[in-house]
Design a protein around this ligand. Structure first.
Ligand code: TYM
Length: 332
């Protein structure tokens, strides 16, 4: 069956609603139909300064949340990026294949380095997308389930895979982004023109899945809408309401048109009150399940160890082939 690979950073602690709806939810669905590899990308995390103790705790926390969201270690390979050294090894080869100007055009680097101050940004932050290229190519992934903000990195992956194949002979699968239109970009509840994110969102506009459900409900009820009262999906003119409809529709499996009909003539208050309830029903068991995995770190670590072993088998084979193609002398 076709293969998918994706990753999530452990840095933020709690996942936010954008991570879940934009990516993790698709990961859960795809493990049924695909040979699926999912990882917690701790190598990517250290592109900005991390406290070692927090990084370790957040790596476990990220894995616990992925399991709580529905990843099943029997159906997918779940692992930690640094457990598979081939990622850093292939990244070096990919670094040497990437143009400096090409890497300079990555918009996420431009945003992140601007936020940090260009002098403080690390070289690792600059080459971050190239490590991501290696992540994807090592598994010969056909598709990469991500949110819209990762599209450019998947495009870079396609370019580099094609370049490598052209120069050294057919080696890597050229992957496609798997981005669902509806949930590709979830917006800040207070500033619906800005994507929901740990770094850019206002605290009131960011839904952390592990927050107190009551606090989350309150954030939903005080979401920004507009001065009109009509509940209609219209991202351009009604970004706040449209974002709420997207979230509501995805969490409940109810079509947006059906929601529009249900709420016709009712005010925004009714929509927000109901969505707050939907959200509480979603986050409450999610938090409990996450806590259960955290309470049993031995089981969690053994899931990750098995995942790393399965991942390494695939990664090592690809790396060996790539090294051979490049012309490295085999170590005998
Ligand atoms: P990260 O950790 O920033 O985010 C994890 C996933 O969440 C998606 N996402 C969103 N989707 C919709 N709306 C939002 N507001 C929103 N915010 C975040 C992201 O698009 C992402 O899919 N570079 C990656 C991690 C990575 C990776 C990989 C992904 C490393 N190697 C290989 C795929 C394949 C990142 O920082 O994601």
């Amino acid at each position: 069956s076709p293969r998918v690979l994706s990753g999530i950073q452990p840095t933020a602690g709690s996942f936010h609603l954008g991570n879940y709806l934009g990516a993790v939810r698709q990961w859960v669905a795809l493990q049924e139909s695909h040979d699926a590899f999912y990882m917690v990308v701790d190598l990517h995390a250290i592109t900005v300064p991390q406290d070692p103790k927090e990084l370790r705790a957040n790596t476990r926390l990220a894995a616990a949340q992925l399991l709580a969201a529905g990843l099943d270690p029997e159906r997918c390979t779940l692992f930690v990026q640094s457990h598979v050294p081939e990622h850093a090894q292939l990244a070096w080869v990919m670094n040497c294949l990437t143009g400096f100007g090409e890497a300079s055009r990555m918009t996420q680097f431009k945003d992140k380095s601007a936020r940090q101050g260009a002098d403080r940004a690390s070289v690792g932050l600059f080459t971050y997308p190239i490590l991501q290229v290696a992540d994807i190519l090592l598994y010969q992934a056909n598709e990469v389930p991500v949110g819209e903000d990762q599209r450019q990195h998947v495009e870079l992956t396609r370019d580099l895979a094609t370049r490598f194949n052209g120069r050294y002979g057919e080696t890597f699968t050229v992957p496609k982004p798997y981005i669902l239109k509806e949930t590709a970009k979830i917006y800040d509840l207070q500033e619906p023109s800005v994507k929901m994110s740990k770094s850019a969102s206002t605290p009131k506009g960011l839904i952390n899945l592990l927050d107190e459900p009551k606090a989350t409900a309150k954030k939903v009820r005080s979401a920004v809408t507009d001065t009109d009262t009509v509940i209609r999906y219209d991202p351009e003119n009604k970004p706040g309401v449209s974002n709420l409809l997207t979230i509501y529709s995805t969490l409940t499996g109810t079509g947006v048109a059906e929601l529009e009909a249900t709420y016709e003539g009712k005010g925004y208050g009714a929509l927000k009150t109901d969505l707050a309830e939907v959200m509480v029903e979603f986050v409450t068991p999610f938090r409990e399940r996450t806590q259960q995995y955290l309470d049993d770190p031995e089981t969690l670590d053994s899931i990750l160890a098995k995942g790393a072993e399965k991942a390494r088998a695939v990664a090592a084979e690809t790396l060996a082939r790539a090294y051979d193609r490049v012309g490295f002398l085999p170590a005998k």
